[in-house]
Design a binder for this molecule. Structure first.
Ligand SMILES: [Zn+2]
Length: 162
């Protein structure tokens, strides 16, 4: 409504929270460019392309640490880069959505969960001490096993055990 508005005093400058002029002028930190992301899906450099293929094909067969170590050596040699194993591992675990890489990781999780659920599906009867099956946990276990089998059936995972 006109006439009702009360002039709001200008807020004092948030002196303490604003960056110092020095900080404001300094350039923002270089965005970290992931060398592997840069080359992902590119066939431009055949050596790098083969390293990328190696990462995908090794997923699920070889530990991520070992894949990273070997890929790092090959990439640094080819590109004259100074990648660390951690850089490569970070790409594999947090950047790549390569189906095989992701499914391998999910598969690993499911296998671990299946183990835990399996252990909890066999309980001890409090009175008799006899082993008894917790039906609910058993059904959960069987469901997880089924999901594990489904992942193995996927096209990208077909040669996992070869
Ligand atoms: Zn990356």
């Amino acid at each position: 409504m006109p006439g009702m508005s009360v002039p709001v005093p200008a807020a004092p400058p948030p002196a303490e929270r604003s960056p110092s002029p020095q900080a404001a002028r300094s350039p923002p930190p270089e965005p970290a460019v992931c060398v592997l992301c840069k080359y992902a899906g590119s066939q431009e450099n055949p050596v790098v392309a083969s390293v990328m293929a190696f990462i995908s094909e090794s997923a699920g067969k070889v530990s991520v640490g070992e894949i990273s170590r070997q890929a790092c050596i090959a990439l640094n040699e080819e590109l004259g880069a100074e990648l660390t194993d951690g850089d490569v591992e970070n790409h594999i675990l947090t950047h790549s959505l390569d189906q095989r890489v992701v499914l391998s990781s999910i598969l690993r999780d499911l296998v671990d969960i299946a183990q835990t659920v399996k252990h909890s599906s066999v309980v001890q009867d409090a009175d008799t001490g006899a082993a008894a099956v917790d039906t609910k946990a058993l059904l959960a276990y069987l469901k997880i096993v089924n999901e594990i089998q489904n992942i193995y059936k996927m096209e990208s995972m077909k040669n996992l055990s070869k």
